[in-house]
Write a protein that binds this ligand. Structure first.
Ligand code: URA
Length: 269
């Protein structure tokens, strides 16, 4: 079997094992339909695994490699999601993710804020602008990387109140499968989790940032760097904190084998 197809099968099996709630199945009708219309299952797949399995089964190299199409299918499901009824009522729109479906580097935040809810794109408010600056300092454009959140809806706030609230553990558990599908499709070489809430949503680990940041962890065999959320840097302007985030990003650049100039090494955000 071709290596890319094998990789997809392994990724699909890992997802199935991780979710652990179903075994792969194909009905006789589905198999018969596949014989006559090889792209049927790809179009109608309900989950990423199904889409990946179908892409492999059809032997269609375009479909196999088309991460953008796979992401679009997930985006469509997210767009009409009502798993958290209260958030489905309060949101302006869902905020799926943005960037390069083939990205080597993927950032994971917490949840959309008011700006993101309005614009439908993650990290476009003040914290997002700082993230964009950090990326620029790393010689990345937003379009080079992929950016997503644990939650695809803005956590609702009492009427008339300002600011954001953190997602609840239940909201994170409910939304997490969408993020897992995004990671499975993109298969980045490196993940960066921004802040302790993102870590809790992704790994289920509750710990302080002091314990977590600045060293390598893994999610599903993908190297994971944990660093402070840009919103933390906006609240705490101490250059020591900015430097910590930058040192974490230098580790990411090294891991990705990106060239690092002397200027970048000495840079303070
Ligand atoms: N903070 C996040 O964690 N995500 C966003 O999209 C914006 C702010």
């Amino acid at each position: 079997m071709m290596q890319p197809a094998l990789d997809l099968v392994i990724a699909a099996l890992e997802t199935i094992r991780e979710e652990g709630d179903r075994t792969p199945r194909a009905s006789r009708t589905a198999l018969a339909r596949l014989q006559t219309d090889p792209f049927f299952a790809l179009r109608t797949a309900r989950t990423t695994q199904e889409a990946i399995e179908s892409a492999v089964a059809t032997g269609d190299p375009g479909a196999r490699n088309n991460k953008a199409d796979l992401l679009s299918a997930v985006r469509e499901r997210v767009g009409v999601c009502t798993r958290c009824a209260h958030l489905a009522c309060s949101r302006t729109q869902t905020v799926f993710g943005v960037g390069n479906p083939d990205a080597d580097l993927m950032f994971i935040g917490e949840a959309p804020g008011a700006d993101e809810d309005r614009q439908g794109e993650p990290f476009v408010g003040r914290a997002g602008q700082l993230l964009t600056r950090i990326l620029k300092a790393m010689n990345f454009a937003r379009e080079d990387v992929y950016i997503a959140n644990i939650l695809k809806c803005r956590p609702d706030m009492p009427a008339g109140s300002f600011g954001n609230r953190p997602p609840t553990p239940t909201e994170m558990q409910t939304c997490r499968p969408y993020l897992i599908e995004q990671i499975d499709i993109i298969q980045p070489s490196v993940l960066v989790a921004l802040g302790a809430v993102a870590v809790e949503g992704l790994l289920g680990t509750r710990a302080t940032m002091r314990e977590l940041r600045g060293r390598w962890h893994t999610y599903n065999s993908i190297p994971l760097m944990i660093t402070y959320h840009p919103a933390y840097l906006l609240r705490n302007q101490a250059s020591s904190e900015k430097r910590k985030v930058w040192e974490d990003m230098l580790q990411v650049m090294e891991r990705l084998e990106r060239p690092i100039s002397e200027r970048q090494r000495n840079y303070f955000l």
